[in-house]
Design a protein. Structure first.
Length: 337
């Protein structure tokens, strides 16, 4: 397979093959995701059980419960949408009682001036504005009550049409609730925590596979690079020193992984573009740390220029006796063993 050689005095450094590099990256990313998931769940549990988290969740729960637009479960402080089949059981009664409550009761979260039904200079009326009583395009019969509801769907509406009518009415009601400043404030607190938790968890997930592994395996190798026969060298093609590896790992963990949830995944897109465009196939963390990834099975990685010059000044026979470089053993498929 064709490989790119790094532009340097001796041709002993070969750029990491794209296929193996992708395998290593995917393996490391999978490991990051698994560890990040467990980190997210742990942080979420700590926050939920803390006083701050408990108060934030309770505030949001109470706003949704008081609106009448959700099923609410007091014990777990959770809610569920009213999105089951309107034709089944007593869903019609429960759903429209909730809808009527939201639009007609105080402290339900409905603010007419922010509603999708708002008309300047016109007083709000639930039956005429929401249900369109007295209008030809109304879907309701106001002369035929249904149980405790003083109106019912028109008889010519199919079950599917009834569900569609409810879906539209319910969607408008949820929109009106979400326009309430109290709802927005309570939701914002929880959203900010989720984004922060995602970023912390993403970074936490990188600590072992991205920050610790390169120092354990040596030569900047993560577990993915170790399994695929890759290594990291400095910008001159020599063994990477610890501080360059630390910069590389921190940039990858904090900027390219941790900040993705704040930057709409732009960091990963930018680093992918850098890999495709640079001669040494360097990601952003490689460019700024002065490192790049090489094929450890075909490259000869020297500690410094003196070791390299010494090696290449020897005869071929002497070189076999003086291997002062690092190189992994060639990969041997299991079927050939």
């Amino acid at each position: 397979m064709y490989q790119i050689r790094a532009k340097r005095k001796y041709s002993n450094i070969l750029i990491a093959p794209f296929g193996r590099r992708m395998k290593a990256a995917l393996f490391d990313l999978l490991l990051v995701l698994v560890l990040g998931f467990f980190s997210f769940m742990a942080i979420d549990a700590i926050y939920t059980n803390s006083k701050v988290g408990s108060n934030a969740n309770l505030a949001f729960y109470n706003i949704k419960k008081d609106s009448g637009l959700y099923h609410s479960y007091e014990e777990s402080r959770t809610t569920a949408f009213l999105n089951l089949d309107i034709n089944e059981r007593d869903n019609y009664v429960r759903y429209f009682l909730g809808l009527e409550y939201f639009y007609t009761q105080e402290n339900s979260g409905f603010i007419y001036e922010k509603s999708v039904y708002y008309e300047e200079g016109v007083e709000f009326n639930y039956r005429t504005m929401v249900l369109k009583e007295g209008k030809d395009d109304s879907f309701f019969d106001f002369d035929t009550p249904y149980k405790t509801i003083s109106y019912s769907f028109k008889a010519n509406l199919s079950p599917g049409d009834r569900n569609e009518v409810w879906k539209n009415l319910y969607g408008n009601a949820l929109t009106d609730l979400m326009r309430n400043p109290a709802y927005q404030k309570a939701e914002k607190v929880l959203k900010q925590f989720i984004v922060l938790n995602l970023s912390i968890s993403a970074f936490s997930g990188t600590i072992l596979p991205i920050l610790a592994a390169p120092f354990f395996f040596g030569h900047g190798r993560t577990l993915g690079k170790f399994l695929t026969g890759l290594a990291v060298v400095d910008k001159n093609g020599y063994k990477v020193v610890w501080w360059r590896m630390l910069i590389r790992s921190l940039l990858y963990g904090i900027v390219e992984i941790g900040l993705n949830f704040y930057g709409f995944f732009m960091p990963l897109l930018l680093t992918s573009g850098a890999v495709a465009l640079t001669h040494k196939r360097q990601a952003l963390h490689g460019i700024f740390s002065g490192t790049y990834v090489v094929d450890a099975r075909t490259s000869k990685i020297f500690n410094n220029i003196n070791d390299e010059e010494e090696y290449f000044s020897l005869s071929v026979e002497e070189r076999e006796l003086n291997k002062n470089y690092y190189q992994e053993k060639p990969y041997v498929p299991l079927k050939k063993l």
